[in-house]
Design a protein around this ligand. Structure first.
Ligand code: APR
Length: 236
C-alpha cells in the first residue's frame, strides 16, 4: 500500500487512438473521420451558426457510437495505475471511456459528447443520453449545443492541464498524432527530467524529447507499460 502523498505523479495525454479499438474512429488515420467529413462544415463555430442541424446530426451520430462503445484494455490498464500512482488523464477525446474504465481524474480538453450546454455559457452542463434536436433549450431558455470545443474556440481547460503537466514526474502520450494545438504543445510543459513514454502503432516523430516508445496498439502496449510502471513502484 503506497501512501497517497508518496505516489509519483503521472500525467497521461490521450487521443483518439486509445479509443480506436473500442470502435470509435480516429481522425487522421486512413479512413479517419476527417476523410469523410469536412471539418469546416461540422466542427467549427461558423458551421454551428450556418447549419446547426448538420452539426447536431454529426454529433448525435458520434454520441450514439460512444454510448454503444465499451472501454478497452488500454483504458482499464490506466485506471489500474491509480493504485500505485497519482494519475491525471488529460484527454483530447470527447468520449467517456476513461470514466467508465474507472479513472478518477480526467481533464477533457475538447469537451464531452455526453454533455450539452447553452449557447450562452459553459458554466452549466446537462447530461445527455440521446440526441440534441434543434428545438432543445436549456432550463433558462438558451438553445442547447453539444459541450464540445470546436475549432476556432478557446480551450478553457488548457491552463489547468498545463499546471498538471508542469508538475508531473512521468508523462505518457497515447494515441494522438499531436497535430492539434494547443493540446499538442502540452508535452513541452513537462520537466525535462521527467520519464516520458509514448504508445502508438504509427511512426510518430517526437524524438526531440527522449520518449521510451511502446510501439503498437493501445490494448497491447498500454497494459505492458502499466505492468512496467507498477513493478517499478513496487520495487521503489
Ligand atoms: N492504439 C494506439 N494508437 C492508435 C491506434 C491504436 N489502436 N490506432 C491509431 N492510433 C494512433 C495513430 O497512429 C495516431 O497517432 O492514434 C493517433 C490518432 O491521431 P488523430 O486521428 O489525429 O487523433 P487525435 O490526435 O486525437 O486528434 C486530436 O483533432 O480533430 C481534432 O478534436 C479532434 O481531439 C481531436 C484532435
Amino acid at each position: 500500500m503506497i501512501v497517497e502523498q508518496l505516489k509519483k505523479r503521472i500525467v497521461v495525454l490521450t487521443g483518439a487512438g486509445i479509443s480506436a479499438e473500442s470502435g470509435l474512429g480516429t481522425f487522421r488515420d486512413s479512413g479517419g473521420l476527417w476523410e469523410n467529413y469536412d471539418i469546416s462544415k461540422v466542427a467549427t463555430i461558423n458551421a454551428w451558426h450556418q447549419n446547426p442541424a448538420m452539426v447536431l446530426a454529426f454529433y448525435n451520430a458520434r454520441r450514439r457510437q460512444v454510448i454503444a462503445a465499451k472501454p478497452n484494455e488500454g483504458h482499464y490498464a490506466l485506471a489500474a495505475l491509480e493504485e500505485f500512482y497519482d494519475v491525471t488523464i488529460i484527454t483530447q477525446n470527447i468520449d467517456d471511456l476513461h470514466e467508465r474504465a474507472g479513472s478518477s481524474k480526467i481533464i477533457h480538453l475538447h469537451g464531452e459528447i455526453l454533455k450539452g450546454r447553452g449557447v450562452d455559457t459553459d458554466k452549466f452542463l446537462y447530461p445527455l443520453d440521446g440526441d440534441i434536436e434543434l428545438h432543445h433549450k436549456t432550463p433558462n431558455g438558451q438553445r442547447m449545443r453539444p459541450h464540445i470545443v470546436w475549432f476556432g474556440e478557446a480551450v478553457p481547460k488548457m491552463e489547468e492541464a498545463e499546471v498538471m503537466v508542469r508538475g508531473c514526474e512521468i508523462l505518457i502520450v497515447i494515441g494522438t498524432s499531436l497535430n492539434v494545438y494547443p493540446a499538442a504543445g502540452l508535452r513541452y510543459a513537462c520537466p525535462n527530467w521527467c520519464e516520458k513514454y509514448l504508445v502508438d502503432p504509427g511512426s510518430i516523430e517526437i524524438d526531440d524529447q527522449q520518449f521510451e516508445y511502446f510501439k503498437g496498439p493501445a490494448t497491447v502496449q498500454v497494459p505492458l507499460l502499466v505492468d512496467h510502471l507498477i513493478s517499478k513502484a513496487k520495487n521503489s
